[in-house]
Write a protein that binds this ligand. Structure first.
Ligand code: G
Ligand code: G
Ligand code: NA
Ligand code: MN
Length: 254
């Protein structure tokens, strides 16, 4: 309950921050985008993990204000990096189920892009399978509206929720993110290796971009390259970084 009280003030008090984790193209080895991840710097409670405050934000409805802040901030920052002459990168923002089911989400995305001046092609929205589970007609409608704006849609944590192949068939998804639980025991576990390679093939055959999450070792990276995974993200490249640390990283790769 105290956390809830503090959370209400956190956005106003400027205590929220976005960290950025690079996504690396496995064919070129270059950073092609980044995932924006919320961090809460509470003056007394110190750095609080999103795994602690996102569920509270969801329950209390605070996620709507918080999610809007994250969208605006990620688009603003990405545009500002582009204007500073850094390589153009696509920024991915996580959407919670409550945010996704807001009737005016497409309208919100439209004005945020207009306000920040970011071209829609540089924004990616990460949703989870569970979002696709209910309200099928509304969900499809929302996704189609978002696609018509020109943003990319990613299916996050693929394989861990209520996975269904019908989602891949029925919804306009650009990008499949293989959950890190399928990556972590590669190549030691033949089962996980088989599941991962099947997911990569499935995504590629459906003309989707496939991203591996939570890549930590050289062996995992080699496996993913051998199996033609498009993109990887994980500690092997970088943990999520503050704005200045991320800038240093992309300046270096220029
Ligand atoms: O960065 P970290 O591993 O601590 O993130 C933990 C969880 O919080 C992840 O599941 C991530 O998707 C979620 N998360 C981080 N930032 C956001 C955000 O801006 N919006 C939503 N809905 N979830 C986020
Ligand atoms: O649920 P989502 O996929 O959005 O969660 C992303 C979370 O995964 C972030 O909190 C981030 O800190 C974490 N993460 C990113 N790379 C790695 C990694 O290589 N290993 C592990 N264990 N976690 C990671
Ligand atoms: Na994510
Ligand atoms: Mn994920």
């Amino acid at each position: 309950l105290t956390l809830e009280k503090y959370l209400r003030k956190a956005v106003e008090l400027n205590e929220m921050e976005l960290f950025y984790q690079p996504k690396v193209c496995l064919e070129t080895g270059r950073i092609m985008g980044m995932e924006a991840l919320l961090r809460w710097n509470h003056p007394k409670l110190k750095l609080i993990s999103p795994t602690e405050f996102i569920p509270i934000a969801e329950e209390t409805g605070m996620i709507l204000a918080l999610g809007e802040w994250a969208l605006v901030e990620a688009c603003r920052q990405t545009k500002s990096w582009q204007e500073a002459g850094l390589p153009f990168l696509r920024v991915a923002v996580n959407l919670s189920p409550n945010q996704f089911h807001q009737p005016d989400l497409p309208e919100q995305i439209r004005w945020i892009l207009e306000d920040t001046g970011l071209d829609p092609q540089w924004l990616e929205l990460e949703i989870t399978e569970n979002i696709l589970m209910d309200k099928t007609a509304d969900t499809l409608n929302t996704l189609q509206q978002l696609k018509s704006i020109g943003v990319c849609i990613s299916l996050d944590d693929f394989g861990t929720g209520y996975s269904s192949f019908s989602y891949l068939k029925g919804f306009p998804i650009d990008c499949l993110k293989i959950d890190r639980t399928f990556i972590q025991d590669i190549p030691r576990s033949p089962k996980d290796a088989n599941i991962a390679s099947a997911m990569i093939r499935l995504a590629r055959n459906l003309n989707m971009i496939v991203v591996a999450e939570g890549v930590e070792t050289k062996e995992q990276l080699a496996f993913l390259q051998n199996h033609q995974c498009h993109v990887a993200q994980g500690y092997i490249f970088s943990e999520p970084l503050s704005v200045s640390a991320f800038e240093n990283l992309i300046e270096k790769g220029r």
